[in-house]
Design a protein around this ligand. Structure first.
Ligand code: DHB
Ligand code: FE
Length: 288
């Protein structure tokens, strides 16, 4: 049986990808941010999964306003980095896991989560920046990500977005799906996006440290209560793009304690402002 070993949570600011791609991670502006992920990169080396279920949002890159799936799962053998306006990022092509992805799609749809199945898709900064933060830039002579990745895309760009409650339930269903896969795979689930940020309008630049840190506290200790929080709280307190945080509840819902197992072990917690217009938050929780 496959099992979920850990969940990782991280913001996904596009400028972080640019800083890595242009070799600027040691500049004073960026150095504290990347220093905050150094221990996590080491943890990734020591805890390499077979597959990452990477929950993220597409930013009108693969999907446009023409088609807006609420939840979509990437079942393709590979996913190319997208050109978001300045050329594709110089990062490896993401290798998928079509067998596990197809099994998860089957299981989730049978559990009444009607996911959209995606057989061809390019992936934007929402997916590639978290990989870069956690894995660093792969060496030129071995230019690939360290493991396979199944993209799980969530609409948080165009309302109506799914509720935190629905996301938390989806995470629980994903855990059941993974554990019913008949191969001994180690799987991590990542929840990405957030924390507080607003990119447009009168409140552009909004950051709310107190709210973000309370969110981290509650995500660790009491995610079931956090999942009841309505959208309007995220938007009022964490800004219009703060709604990306509902995706963290998908990863958290897939952890063992939610299904009656022991509480997870906190391996990493980091919070940093600023990165472009966004507060960056990061957690690693391990199943024990
Ligand atoms: C920024 C943050 C985002 O989440 C995003 O998708 C685009 C830009 C930013 O802070 O610049
Ligand atoms: Fe975003």
């Amino acid at each position: 049986m496959a099992r979920i070993s850990a969940s990782v949570y991280t913001s996904h600011v596009p400028a972080i990808g640019v800083a890595i791609d242009q070799g600027r991670t040691e500049e004073p502006y960026w150095q504290p941010l990347f220093a905050g992920y150094a221990a996590s990169r080491q943890w990734m080396l020591e805890n390499r999964p077979d597959v990452i279920l990477l929950v993220y949002n597409d930013h009108a890159t693969a999907f446009s306003l023409d088609m807006i799936p609420t939840f979509a799962i990437g079942c393709a053998p590979e996913f190319k980095p997208a050109d978001e306006g300045w050329g594709a990022r110089p990062v490896p092509v993401v290798q998928g896991h079509p067998e596990l992805a197809a099994h998860i799609a089957q299981s989730l749809i049978q559990q009444d989560f009607d996911l959209t199945i995606v057989n061809r898709m390019e992936v934007d900064h929402g997916l590639t920046v978290p990989l870069s933060l956690m894995c660093g830039q792969p060496p030129a002579d071995h230019f690939s990500w360290p493991c396979k990745v199944i993209p799980i895309a969530v609409n948080v760009v165009q309302y109506p977005a799914p509720s935190g409650r629905r996301c938390f339930q989806l995470g629980q269903a994903i855990r059941r799906a993974v554990e019913s896969f008949d191969e001994a795979l180690t799987v991590q689930i990542w929840g990405t996006g957030g924390m507080s940020h607003q990119l447009q309008g009168a409140r552009a630049g909004l950051i709310n440290r107190a709210w973000d840190n309370a969110f981290l506290d509650q995500l660790i200790a009491d995610p079931a209560t956090l999942a009841q929080r309505p959208h309007i709280d995220y938007v009022r307190e964490a800004g219009s793009e703060g709604i990306e945080l509902v995706m963290w509840l998908i990863a958290r819902g897939a952890m063992a304690d939610v299904a009656g197992g022991p509480p997870p072990r906190l391996r990493q917690r980091f919070y940093h402002v600023p990165a472009s217009n966004t507060a960056v938050g990061h957690l690693i929780l391990e199943n024990t």
